[in-house]
Design a protein around this ligand. Structure first.
Ligand code: ZN
Length: 304
């Protein structure tokens, strides 16, 4: 079966692939527990495995395969784990915006959301030399205002929504922004994250079992070319030894198919913008907001 709107990828590739790593580190325990975080030493240690142990391992793999990929990092983590971020930037990878300290944008007022976005952009620019081009909202918790704030701040793309197999555009009052969609099926949280201190109690799956789920999405996209496969992973989760060894096998397999274009999210977004401008791709455009008023008739409120 064909995709409705297949993207013409470079060199006839069937699938655009991006492993994106959200380096949340110990921001998660701070946003969850506030002042109580200092007494959650086990959780802190589990989360700091990301910048301290997993990032050097991940970067070594990318060097081995000659890949440039994208990392989404809360600004607080950039300030508190500068060495990990320096190494990511030194190797030429992309750093995108992922909140200030992993706060959920849809839990903030619009003014607060914009304020922390602007503060974080400054921190990212200071540490990486570039403003972020992309956004992934923490927990995918975009607010109704996020797309227009991103457009107003000059972002090129977002990657927090799940509305398609291919990139599409969000039309906002401040202009268009590209959405490169993700899926829970290629997110490493459900198969792996068992963290009682953070309120997650998923029984950890074997790396092969997790990879079965991720790769089912990949093989489907090979059979229906023109889509994008985005791994939404975390250094402290997928960067653990057995899991990352399995990821190396995955990268080798994907490259051996000859069907993939491995790219940063920025490269994917630039390519989509280019084929859209040339007319080679007719993207879907969603006009936001989807709904501004309560859609439930009053007589049905609370009747779920
Ligand atoms: Zn995150």
């Amino acid at each position: 079966m064909m995709l409705q709107r297949p993207v013409p990828w470079p060199n006839g590739a069937k699938v655009a692939c991006a492993i994106t790593l959200d380096m949340d580190a110990d921001s998660l325990v701070h946003i969850h527990h506030g002042a109580g975080a200092k007494d959650k030493l086990s959780a802190i240690s589990m989360l700091r495995y990301g910048p301290d142990v997993a990032i050097p391992r991940i970067l070594e793999t990318y060097r081995k395969f000659g890949l440039k990929q994208s990392f989404f990092i809360p600004a607080w983590c950039i300030e508190n784990h500068p060495h990990a971020v320096e190494a990511i930037v030194a190797d030429g990878h992309e750093v995108g915006y992922h909140g200030y300290i992993h706060e959920a944008p849809n839990s903030l007022s619009p003014a607060q959301e914009l304020d922390w976005m602007c503060k974080s952009i400054e921190i990212i620019e200071k540490h990486t030399g570039q403003r972020p081009r992309g956004n992934r909202s923490p927990l995918y918790h975009m607010s109704s205002k996020t797309p227009e704030f991103l457009a107003a701040q000059g972002f090129l793309y977002d990657t927090s929504l799940m509305g398609d197999d291919v990139p599409y555009f969000l039309e906002t009052p401040e202009g268009r922004i590209l959405e490169t969609p993700v899926s829970w099926a290629t997110d490493d949280w459900p198969p792996y994250v068992h963290a009682p201190d953070l309120g997650y109690m998923f029984p950890p799956q074997s790396p092969d079992r997790a990879m079965d789920i991720f790769m089912a999405e990949f093989e489907a996209l090979r059979r229906s070319p023109g889509g994008v496969w985005v791994g939404v992973w975390h250094p402290f989760v997928s960067g653990r030894l057995s899991r990352w060894q399995r990821v190396e096998q995955m990268i080798e397999y994907m490259l051996d198919t000859g069907d993939v274009w491995f790219a940063t999210m920025e490269e994917i977004a630039n390519h989509v913008a280019q084929v859209t401008a040339s007319g080679a791709y007719q993207p879907r455009v969603d006009t936001l907001p989807y709904s501004s008023e309560n859609q439930v008739p009053e007589a049905l409120t609370g009747k779920a």
